[in-house]
Design a binder for this molecule. Structure first.
Ligand SMILES: [Zn+2]
Length: 187
């Protein structure tokens, strides 16, 4: 997984400039956990009113350190639904564990990003700035984290992720029957 500053440094200057035109907002923020560890999961919408005026969805995960704190330069997961992200960013980030492959076909972007630089689109830059500009948002997630660990309640998504990971590990150890063989187990 890649650190935020690396992504910011590898993203081309014109994308940084264009990101200044974008408007973005946070639509949800929760404390969550997955195979990469505990993180702040923030979702939002961004659009550039000087171009297509289309609203695109963003997902950003900011990973906490071993002490459960958000470092200045956290490991990040980033995704945006726009075409630029699909053609330039999605696979380059996903091969490093820092994005999903949802819209791209999974092949390395030989023409649009031949060296597979870990970069993001203007919407993600605007969205990450928006998150950073709201310290109260990060604070409320930190409070959620403390409450969740005090009560022993873990987020629903985290539970689901754990189930899937555990299932995959058990499967690898040969402890779980293939889905295909389940049908033959009727007694
Ligand atoms: Zn985008």
């Amino acid at each position: 997984m890649i650190h935020m500053v690396t992504i910011l440094q590898r993203t081309p200057g014109n994308i940084h400039r264009n990101s200044q035109n974008c408007r973005s907002k946070v639509t949800s923020s929760v404390i969550n956990s997955d195979a990469g560890g505990e993180h702040f999961l923030v979702k939002g919408l961004a659009m550039d009113p000087t171009t297509t005026k289309t609203n695109y969805r963003q997902v950003v995960k900011l990973y906490l350190n071993d002490k459960g704190l958000l470092p200045n330069n956290p490991k990040v997961f980033v995704w945006c639904g726009c075409p630029y992200f699909k053609y330039f960013c999605e696979v380059a980030l996903a091969i490093r564990g820092s994005s999903y492959i949802i819209n791209a076909n999974g092949a390395l972007p030989k023409i649009t990003n031949p060296t597979a630089k870990p970069q993001v689109c203007k919407h993600c830059l605007a969205f990450m700035r928006k998150i950073k500009a709201q310290p109260e948002l990060l604070k409320s997630m930190a409070v959620q984290r403390v409450k969740a660990s005090a009560t022993g309640n873990r987020p629903k998504d985290a539970h689901l992720d754990d189930l899937m990971v555990n299932h995959a590990l058990a499967h690898r150890r040969g402890q779980v029957a293939d889905i295909g063989s389940l049908g033959t187990r009727t007694l």
